[in-house]
Design a protein around this ligand. Structure first.
Ligand code: SAM
Length: 184
């Protein structure tokens, strides 16, 4: 069985966009308790690494790194572990909410933008990116650099995502690394 209800969101997104393919190298940011990592393995990715601040019980066929995705040494370490750049970066990261709305808002924006920046560091040419964003968060500011660096960028609300939440997912494909200089 799947470890999280969130697994169904990735299943629904991937049934529509077919981004997880056999043989791929996949990084899953905010992996705990492991549902998305399970889905990536099940769909045939050859090398899956999940990253989370929290411990994750072992997932057969995947590796787990317990730590913060903003660790500056992480991109290099991941590329080394994967034996090359990643074909797909997934992020279902969400902050622990403080109850202080402005703080929570800033944290949400930070995570989504951070995940994008991280993807710019580790993605191979032609790679894909699926990340949780929030309506009214940073999804609009992120759109401009994403449109420059990916062939296709779309926002989706999978049926398994609660209708009353402002959560959305951005699905970007066709990473163009030669354009990185234009956004950095
Ligand atoms: N996709 C997961 C699944 O299917 O099991 C659920 C992910 S859960 C909604 C969000 C996760 O993001 C939490 O486990 C949290 O610890 C993680 N997270 C938040 N900030 C993080 C950070 N800075 N670095 C790594 N993980 C982070």
């Amino acid at each position: 069985g799947w470890r999280s209800r969130a697994a169904f969101k990735l299943i629904e997104i991937d049934d529509r966009f077919h981004l997880i393919r056999p043989g791929q190298r996949v990084v899953d940011l905010g992996a705990a308790p492991g549902g998305w990592t399970q889905v990536a393995v099940k769909r045939g990715a050859s090398h899956v690494i999940g990253v989370d601040l929290l411990p994750v019980d072992p997932v057969a066929g995947a590796e787990i790194i317990e730590g913060d995705f903003t660790d500056p040494e992480l991109p290099g370490r991941l590329i080394e572990m994967l034996g090359g750049k990643a074909d797909l970066v997934l992020s279902d990261m969400a902050p622990n909410t403080t109850g202080h709305a402005p703080t929570d808002h800033m944290r949400i924006i930070g995570l989504a933008e951070g995940a994008l920046d991280f993807a710019f560091d580790v993605l191979a040419e032609g790679g894909g990116f699926i990340a949780k964003v929030f309506q009214g968060g940073s999804e609009k500011q992120m759109l401009e650099p994403m449109k420059k660096l990916f062939t296709s960028v779309r926002h989706v609300k999978p049926p398994a995502s609660r209708k009353d939440s402002s959560e959305l997912y951005v699905v970007a494909t066709g990473f163009r690394s030669e354009r990185l200089a234009e956004v950095r």
